[in-house]
Design a protein around this ligand. Structure first.
Ligand SMILES: Cc1cc2nc3c(=O)[nH]c(=O)nc-3n(C[C@H](O)[C@H](O)[C@H](O)COP(=O)(O)OP(=O)(O)OC[C@H]3O[C@@H](n4cnc5c(N)ncnc54)[C@H](O)[C@@H]3O)c2cc1C
Ligand code: FES
Length: 242
């Protein structure tokens, strides 16, 4: 973990309430699945965001405006500075899969972009299933298509298979040996009850963000674990969903 001041390079609106914030080059290294915590001006608690992309030392975050902190972020301009805890969490274990399947739900799929790029750099084109409520929620679909072989499922059938992610998993019958999943808790729970042969990135409300407060604990087969420090990526088989 590092505590750094990051400089905004770009803060681009890509849909009504979704933005991609890119920062000036830093001397960091990120694994796909790691995250940062931003100290947004005027707020005590830091806001966690998964790494969307990390290219030539430039970090990008894809975020949705859901409350006051992200609304403030949406107003930030090129050149503005922000206090950040960086290189947080464990990240995905890319050595587990020769034929990876990336499963994403809605905007929660954001960290899978950098994961797919990581596999591509290893010479592996990952298969990907992106689930969403409706077509307009698939704001990053074209980016994902550049780095993975993408199939889509929407609840209302406006794009791809009509149905939820597990129904789509059965429908598409992917040829994979290990999966990596990111999305809502409800989706992750469904995926884990369908198969435990994968890794899951969990979300939790966080206070410190680096393992000191236990505020982000989840229950696992090995007792309580902290999403920020022991995760956010866990084996599907070790998570006990409530
Ligand atoms: C490991 C991790 C990675 C994440 N990656 C992304 C990402 O890539 N893109 C993205 O859009 N969102 C991501 N989130 C969710 C993001 O942190 C929240 O949307 C954001 O903190 C909301 O802040 P707010 O002030 O706008 O909302 P408010 O509701 O006003 O926030 C109030 C408090 O609750 C916390 N909070 C609210 N929603 C969440 C949430 N879903 N998870 C954790 N804390 C929350 C806030 O951090 C803040 O402390 C991630 C969360 C975690 C834990
Ligand atoms: S947020 Fe403090 S231990 Fe995870």
């Amino acid at each position: 973990m590092k505590n750094q001041i990051l400089t905004v390079k770009d803060n681009k609106q890509i849909s009504d309430d979704v933005f991609v914030m890119k920062f000036e080059k830093e001397e960091n290294e990120y694994k796909a699945g790691q995250f940062v915590e931003l100290k947004v001006d005027g707020f005590t608690l830091r806001r966690p965001f998964g790494v969307y992309d990390f290219e030539k030392g430039e970090l990008s975050l894809l975020y949705k405006v859901v409350g006051q902190g992200t609304a403030k972020m949406a107003t930030m301009k090129r050149g503005e500075k922000i206090d950040a805890l960086t290189e947080l969490g464990n990240g995905f274990n890319v050595d587990k899969a020769k034929k990876p399947l990336l499963i994403g739900g809605g905007l929660g799929a954001a960290p899978l972009y950098y994961l797919a790029k990581t596999f591509k750099e290893k010479g592996i084109k990952a298969e990907m299933l992106l689930g969403a409520r409706t077509q307009s929620d698939l704001v990053f679909l074209n980016d994902f298509k550049n780095v993975a072989d993408v199939k889509v499922a929407t609840d209302d059938g406006t794009s791809g298979f009509k149905g939820n992610v597990v129904e789509a998993l059965k429908h598409y019958d992917f040829d994979c040996d290990f999966y990596y999943a990111c999305g809502s808790l409800a989706m992750l729970k469904r995926v884990a009850s369908y198969s435990t042969n994968g890794e899951i990135s969990m979300e939790a409300r966080m206070a410190c963000g680096f393992g000191a407060c236990m505020g982000c604990s989840i229950m696992t087969t090995d007792g309580a674990k902290r999403v920020c420090k022991d995760g956010p990526v866990f084996y599907a088989k070790e998570i006990i969903f409530e």
